[in-house]
Every structure is written in C-alpha cells, then in structure tokens.
Design a protein around this ligand. Structure first.
Ligand SMILES: [Zn+2]
Ligand SMILES: [Zn+2]
Length: 272
C-alpha cells in the first residue's frame, strides 16, 4: 500500500483542502482542543450580538434601523443587557467549561481526518444538522411551554423580557443551555459530519439564533432572503416572546405550520 502515499490524494482537488491543510498544519493545538467548539460558539455570540446592542443603545438616533424595530415601545436598558450577558458568561464559566474538562477524561480524543469536505457536503450535512436540531428543539420547547413546572424551573428565565434583544439569545437556564449544547455536539457526530461542517454550522446557527432575538425585522435578514417563508427569523421568534404559545421552532417554519402553532407577526405599533 506504499503506492497509495505517492498517488495524489483524491481529496486534493477539493476547494476547501488548502484551508483545511492550513488549519491542520498551523493551528492543530487550537482546533483539536476540546475547548475550541465552546470558544467558537461563545465568540460568535459576542461578535454577532455587539452590533445590535449598539443599535439598541442608539435607538431613534439611527432611523435607518429604528424603523424596523418590531416592538418600538420596548427597548432594552443597559441593566437588562448586562444581566443577559452576565447570565451567559456565568453559565459558561461555571457549567460549560467544567463539563468540557470532565468530558476530556471520559470521551476519546477525536481524530481529525486528512481530507477536507466538499462544499456540497458542507451544505447538505449542514442542512441536515439544522433540520435535526430544529426538530429536537421544537419538541423540547413545546413540552417546556405546556408543562408548568418545567416552564417555571427551566425555560421561564428565557422569557423574562417580552421584547427580545441580541444578548438575550443566551439568557438561558443551565439545563436549557446544557441540552442545547449536547445536541450541538452530538448531532454532527451522529450524522458523521466533517469538523469543518460542524464548525461552520456552529457559527451559522448562532447567527440564526441571534437574528431570532435582535428585535428588528430587517429586510436583508435570512428570513427575507430565503424564499417561501421557510425560515421564521426575528418576526416569528419575537412573536413567540410576545405570545409564548406560538412559533416554537428556532429556525425553520415547517413544524409550526404543520402543528398549527405558527402565528404571524403583529402589525407594527410605530406609526399608530
Ligand atoms: Zn427566545
Ligand atoms: Zn419559549
């Protein structure tokens, strides 16, 4: 089988191969660290939330954006933003990081493949991860709204504010964060996805989650770019925070349509 090594790698023609080789050869300690997915997820949350926090603070001084505010009479204060962010920070420091440390001793070290995925694989596998997660969260979310004890102890903290804002994306109880974290980790393994696909979807799904909570129905967000209303986006999830027995799905709209839980966004109250 020596011959195999001198033959050109069949994956070498792949578009992402140079990028994958660069990551493997130059940043191996970082990308193979069990802390990397957490670092990627938390920094995405920070990076995507900051611009919308600035918009919230500027408010009416930026009419270009302010005209799209879904609940214009409900604006987050600095205290609300700080509370949401500190909750996310606290959960990560005291629960997520210790869980990663414990899992280092229990789970085997994953072996990184040599070949990169094709772009097609990234898109199709990525879509499969999103669809699976969307289904799991729809069921979990529905149950946690129907069972009063589960709601009070596990999900209510996320519903503290009727008008969501970017930082409130991760204002979650520890059990909710751990459940979501478990699916985010295990779904790609279950679907045998390439690490590049997993990381792309981590960043993309956090963008979608933040977009759900920004509180602005911007005309260029994903729910407007993807046709047929396939994605709920901020209008659907904002409505969930106003009317909690509706729009349970985090990303797509099909489960809410099938089960009759889809509720369209109320008319804006800005120009009454
Ligand atoms: Zn929410
Ligand atoms: Zn909810």
């Amino acid at each position: 089988m020596k011959l195999f090594h001198i033959l050109p790698n069949k994956s070498s023609g792949r578009l992402l191969q140079p990028f994958w080789d660069y990551l493997r050869l130059r940043h191996l300690p970082l990308i193979s660290s069990p802390f990397f997915p957490v670092l990627l997820a938390f920094s995405s949350y920070l990076f995507f939330s900051i611009p919308f926090a600035v918009l919230d603070l500027l408010g009416e001084r930026v009419p270009l954006f302010n005209q799209y505010k879904i609940q214009p009479d409900r604006r987050p204060t600095v205290a609300m933003m700080t509370k949401s962010f500190m909750t996310a920070m606290y959960n990560h420091i005291f629960f997520v990081l210790p869980t990663v440390i414990i899992s280092m001793y229990i789970l085997p070290t994953p072996i990184l493949p040599q070949g990169a995925p094709t772009l097609y694989e990234v898109i199709i596998d990525g879509l499969a991860i999103l669809l699976l997660f969307d289904t799991q969260y729809y069921i979990w979310h529905f149950i946690h709204h129907k069972h009063s004890q589960l709601y009070r102890w596990i999900h209510a903290i996320h519903h503290e504010y009727m008008a969501p804002f970017s930082w409130s994306t991760e204002q979650l109880s520890i059990p909710e964060l751990m459940t979501v974290g478990l699916w985010s980790n295990q779904d790609p393994l279950l679907l045998k996805c390439h690490p590049v696909t997993t990381w792309c979807i981590t960043v993309f799904s956090i963008w979608m989650s933040v977009e759900d909570h920004i509180g602005y129905d911007l005309p260029w967000t994903l729910n407007h770019l993807v046709p047929f209303g396939l994605l709920g986006g901020a209008p659907a999830h904002d409505m969930h925070h106003q009317k909690p027995n509706s729009n349970y799905a985090p990303f797509f709209s099909h489960w809410d349509r099938i089960f009759g839980t889809a509720v369209p966004q109320k008319k804006k109250t800005l120009r009454r």
